[in-house]
Design a protein around this ligand. Structure first.
Ligand code: ZN
Length: 282
């Protein structure tokens, strides 16, 4: 199986990569379900949405401060590096990234060949969409009052009141453009549309010609439009390689006979699968 994949990779130029949480799992980026301590008692659906921010922006910022700190402390793993190297050697490769941790970029993935479909933890924007302000922001904590990532002594969300945490709404970062709106993380929240320009970028790449190969790494590809990219790549001629923990993680993609299915930790599988192309040192 590996030999046939290597042969196909060697002859592939237009490669579409779909990236999900499984790529960053062994870098220690916690999924919500594996979050530790206090934040474990919340679900992502509870906090990653506009109504949650409207109700309690302090709590949502505390949560994102925790996530930003985790992502900043994490290091790209061998799979991020192997993918970055492959992208550098295959300038027509294009990555659709559903992760918000920027680990691909930190591994050196060429910037023009990757789109962060779900935004980034290291970008913030005005809560008022009409204002439109957005900036890169690697300041952690974003305000000094958020230096504590887990409320001390509180283990359950039910016992927590953000109003007593010593952070006030006035402390939270405000938009420098309109001076009225609060800044919020520029990640795509539940119920929000994906950024149109980014979706358009993927569409354009797909319409640009034949696709040789599609790599689906660490994602069940259950969410649209990402779920549709596999079918569209197939229609454009691509063979598909899945890198997932479990076969059923291929989700709606319905693997076909000509696909490659690499099962296990992406951090081990991806470099091994690329080895025949990149060489052993990578
Ligand atoms: Zn604004």
């Amino acid at each position: 199986m590996l030999a046939s994949f290597t042969a196909h990779l060697n002859s592939s130029n237009r490669i579409l990569v779909l990236i999900g949480a499984g790529l960053s799992a062994s870098s220690g980026i916690p999924t919500y379900r594996s979050a530790s301590g206090f934040w474990r008692t919340f679900s992502d659906q509870q906090l990653a949405k506009k109504s949650a921010f409207e109700e309690d922006p302090i709590l949502v910022w505390q949560f994102y401060n925790y996530r930003r700190q985790q992502a900043k402390a994490a290091l790209p793993n061998p799979a991020h590096h192997a993918l970055a190297e492959l992208a550098a050697r295959r300038p027509e490769l294009f990555s659709v990234n559903q992760n918000v941790d920027e680990l691909c970029q930190r591994a050196g993935h060429p910037m023009g060949q990757i789109v962060d479909l779900h935004g980034s933890l290291f970008r913030v924007k005005c809560f008022d969409d009409a204002c439109g302000y957005e900036e890169e922001n690697h300041e952690i904590p974003i305000i000094p009052q958020l230096s504590v990532t887990e409320p001390p002594g509180v283990l359950d969300s039910a016992d927590y009141n953000s109003a007593q945490s010593g952070v006030s709404i006035e402390d939270l970062p405000h938009c420098p453009k309109c001076k009225v709106g609060l800044l919020r993380p520029a990640t795509v929240w539940f119920g929000e549309n994906l950024p149109e320009a980014k979706v358009h970028q993927v569409d354009e790449w797909l319409q640009d010609g034949k696709v040789d190969l599609m790599l689906v790494i660490g994602t069940s590809a259950m969410v649209w439009p990402a779920a549709g990219y596999i079918g569209r790549a197939r229609n454009a001629g691509a063979r598909v390689a899945f890198f997932n923990m479990m076969e059923k993680a291929a989700g709606v993609a319905r693997p076909e006979e000509s696909d490659w299915m690499f099962l296990g930790d992406a951090a081990e599988l991806v470099p091994k699968a690329f080895e025949g192309f990149l060489g052993v040192d990578n």
